[in-house]
Design a protein around this ligand. Structure first.
Ligand SMILES: NC(=O)c1ccc[n+]([C@@H]2O[C@H](COP(=O)([O-])OP(=O)(O)OC[C@H]3O[C@@H](n4cnc5c(N)ncnc54)[C@H](O)[C@@H]3O)[C@@H](O)[C@H]2O)c1
Length: 254
């Protein structure tokens, strides 16, 4: 399949997990990709994997902190300019950390909101002029099963994912007449950097947490599972899908 031939795609969180898998998938399907991440070491690994797959020529990388307005304006803005336009933005960058809510500091709360929710806004705002210029731009945002199903200790994280869902619905309707589609993926139980270290409290009630384990006994899936769904949603195969979310959790929540 060459669904991204001639298309320009910017993917954040591209140095690890789902973002990285999505970079490799879009390259494999013929796209030109800018891989963006705060972590240069992660971007080096992504570049090495693209080289192994023989798709490196269509990849460029940019270091950007999505929670920082200036970094987004300068670094992401320059990357979009260099690419000469943008067809798809994939807002995969995010952080997960967990606390008891009663001892959650404002700094902790603001850190999670700043990256996940504000970062999604800042990147989307930066990309919108280029996306709207194509007349069929696509934004893929990252919600989570935590937006709709209880995730103890993750009140800040879950709040960002609910907010991202609402943000996505708003821009999907606001720009639909200008051809923009905006869709959320809502993954759960995907093996990645953040799920290897979710930062759970020492006294975590694992019986309570067990409610989150896959009901179908499938365990954690690889990030390429989500990348495949994103490739469908962001390509013309997803042409009639907008203002909604696709849950990708192996049946953990039904
Ligand atoms: N893994 C899961 O089960 C799961 C479930 C639901 C939602 N998600 C969402 O999927 C997305 C991808 O996460 P993942 O699971 O691949 O985790 P991951 O930790 O492997 O990847 C996240 C990437 O985001 C980057 N990042 C963090 N802060 C950044 C910043 N300020 N600016 C730019 N880049 C930054 C990190 O460096 C990292 O490369 C996230 O939005 C996450 O919330 C994941």
């Amino acid at each position: 399949m060459n669904r991204f031939e001639g298309r320009k795609v910017l993917i954040t969180g591209a140095g690890s997990g789902i973002g990285q898998a999505t970079v490799l998938r879009v390259l494999e399907e013929g796209g030109h990709v800018v891989a963006a991440d705060i972590a240069e070491a992660g971007l080096d690994k992504t570049r090495a994997q693209a080289a192994e797959a023989g798709t490196e020529a269509r990849l460029s990388t940019v270091t950007v902190d999505i929670s920082d307005e200036e970094s987004v304006r300068e670094n992401a803005g320059a990357a979009i300019g260099k690419l000469g336009g943008l067809d798809v933005l994939v807002n995969a960058a995010g952080i997960l950390d967990s606390r008891h809510t009663e001892t959650m500091t404002l700094d902790f709360w603001n850190r999670i909101i700043g990256v996940n929710l504000t970062g999604t806004f800042l990147m989307t705002r930066q990309a919108l002029p280029a996306l709207l210029a194509t007349g069929k731009g696509v934004v893929i945002n990252f919600s989570s099963t935590s937006a709709s199903f209880a995730h103890p200790y993750m009140a800040a994280y879950a709040a960002t994912k609910g907010g991202i869902q609402s943000f996505t619905h708003a821009i999907a309707s606001e720009y639909s007449k200008r051809g923009l589609r905006a869709v959320c993926v809502a993954p759960g139980s995907i093996s990645s950097g953040m799920t290897h270290n979710p930062g759970l409290p020492d006294d975590t009630d694992f019986d309570l947490l067990a409610k989150l384990s896959p009901a179908l006994g499938k365990g954690f899936a690889g990030p390429e599972t989500v990348a495949g769904a994103i490739a469908m949603l962001a390509s013309d195969d997803g042409a009639f899908i907008t203002g909604t979310e696709l849950r990708i959790d192996g049946g953990t929540h039904m």
